[in-house]
Design a protein around this ligand. Structure first.
Ligand SMILES: Cc1cc2nc3c(=O)[nH]c(=O)nc-3n(C[C@H](O)[C@H](O)[C@H](O)COP(=O)(O)OP(=O)(O)OC[C@H]3O[C@@H](n4cnc5c(N)ncnc54)[C@H](O)[C@@H]3O)c2cc1C
Length: 429
């Protein structure tokens, strides 16, 4: 079993996480959830609320995957923007997906309140434009979202305003989204874990699923020394679906991305850098996303597709980006660096559906899953309890293509594409 990475999130937990046993027995249940991240926990919570007898299996620790390592940024919309959906599926379809994305954002606040989760949640986020042309594009898109989707939580910021909000002269303007926000993802995952446990979900850690056999009346979930016979299963392994050879696996590309966390900002920098505590995501393809922690450290993400084997190189590269945006923070030491896998789909829209009558899955949040995973879990649980729902059908209509080549081929391909795109960003073309 792997432990949590050495991240700021682990270091800043209020208390040690409760642990759960590994499964060495044969059990039966209505629903077996595989994967203890946001998606699995959300599915388990919603299914337990509906009276189903639920078992959740996690190969490492609850929240060990992307859910306990991410940037913590909460954004409405899907990863490449609702316009992709609109272009391919029409405005009515896009409006339904847009509403689902807003519901996912609201669900976080509902759960924080319902389960009393202390996870440093803050409201507001800025999309910061790295060129004039990108600013124009975002301004146009914001106006369109207001007019067509009735989204009224956006404010356009000019160059001076964005400088005031971020504390960086690098940007040409930005869009402040009051509906966005950020949180401490590991605290949130552990809060969901307690909620699921209190609702009667039986949880097992250090319990890796090796094989799935679909039989006539149930599904057999096989571990090295245990077994679950379930009426239904939900596969919520996202980018970490390694062992299980499911059909949908090649519709996502696992991609490694890294976050650094600096030492604390001093009080004068705190007044100047992100004074209103918004999170920021900039418009580079290989985007920089950052925010302050509750204890006023800078949590800065962006590096893609490299390896922690070269920690110093990775730190230097990320630090260069950070110093470019905030030269006034260039003296800050990096206290933590960690990485994790995101699961990209070709169109950057999550892939949620049914492999068969008994096997449900959700994956491919494309770096945009802090909010969408919650609702994905709700959609899966509703489908499992009540049969195919309109929302599940909606996601099944979205076509997802397989990535060419195997895992070994896909990563260099992504790094090459990212490098080419980075050049485009540097020269603002
Ligand atoms: C560095 C980083 C930064 C990110 N930043 C953001 C951000 O700021 N905003 C945002 O919206 N999104 C962000 N994301 C994406 C977001 O974290 C994910 O979309 C989301 O957490 C996915 O949740 P999940 O539950 O589907 O998957 P995960 O949290 O990855 O959970 C899957 C779990 O399945 C388990 N598992 C796999 N195989 C098995 C098996 N055979 N048996 C049992 N268990 C198994 C794994 O151990 C893992 O714990 C980021 C991701 C990373 C890596």
């Amino acid at each position: 079993m792997e432990q949590y990475p050495d991240s700021y999130y682990v270091a800043s937990l209020n208390k040690d996480k409760e642990s759960f046993p590994s499964l060495n027995d044969e059990l039966s249940c209505d629903l077996c959830v595989i994967g203890g991240g946001f998606t699995g926990l959300s599915t388990a919570i919603e299914a337990a609320k509906k009276g189903l007898n639920v078992i959740l299996l996690e190969q490492n620790l609850i929240g060990w995957g992307a859910s306990g390592r991410n940037g913590g940024q909460i954004w409405p919309d899907v990863a490449w923007g609702i316009d992709i959906i609109e272009k391919n599926y029409g405005i009515n379809f896009a409006k339904q997906i847009w509403d689902i994305s807003l519901d996912s954002v609201n669900l976080i606040d509902q759960r924080i309140e319902e389960f009393n989760i202390d996870c440093d949640k803050k409201n507001g986020g800025i999309i910061a434009a790295t060129s004039e042309s990108k600013m124009k594009e975002y301004e146009k898109e914001s106006k369109y979202k207001f007019k067509t989707y009735g989204y009224d939580k956006l404010d356009i910021l000019d160059k001076a305003e964005v400088k005031g909000e971020i504390g960086s002269s690098l940007y040409y303007g930005g869009v402040l989204d009051y509906g966005a926000g950020h949180l401490h993802p590991l605290k949130y995952a552990i809060g969901l874990m307690h909620a699921a446990h209190n609702l009667g979900v039986k949880m097992y850690e250090n319990s890796s699923v090796r094989k799935i056999n679909e039989a006539k009346s149930n599904v057999e979930v096989l571990l090295s020394s245990g077994k679950v016979n379930a009426k239904n299963i939900a596969i919520c392994c996202n980018a970490y679906l390694e062992e299980l050879n499911m059909n949908f696996k090649n519709r996502v590309m696992p991609c490694e991305t890294y976050i650094v966390c600096t030492e604390h900002l001093n009080s004068s920098h705190q007044e100047q850098v992100l004074p209103n505590d918004y999170c920021v995501s900039d418009t580079n393809f290989d985007l920089n996303y950052y925010r302050l922690s509750a204890s006023k450290r800078m949590i800065f993400g962006g590096a893609v597709g490299y390896s922690l084997k070269n920690v110093e190189g990775l730190k230097k590269r990320t630090k260069r980006q950070l110093d470019k945006i905030f030269p006034q923070l260039s003296h800050l030491k990096i206290d933590y660096i960690w990485g994790g896998l995101i699961a990209l789909t070709m169109n950057r829209v999550p892939d949620i559906g049914m492999e068969s009558e008994k096997i449900f899955y959700a994956q491919g949040f494309s770096g945009h899953g802090v909010a969408l995973t919650g609702l994905a879990g709700k959609i899966l649980a509703e489908g499992i309890a009540n049969g195919k729902t309109a929302e599940l059908e909606l996601f099944e209509k979205i076509k997802h293509r397989k990535f060419p080549g195997g895992r070994l081929f896909r990563m260099p391909l992504l790094v090459t594409i990212s490098a080419m795109q980075r050049m485009t960003d540097i020269f603002n073309v």
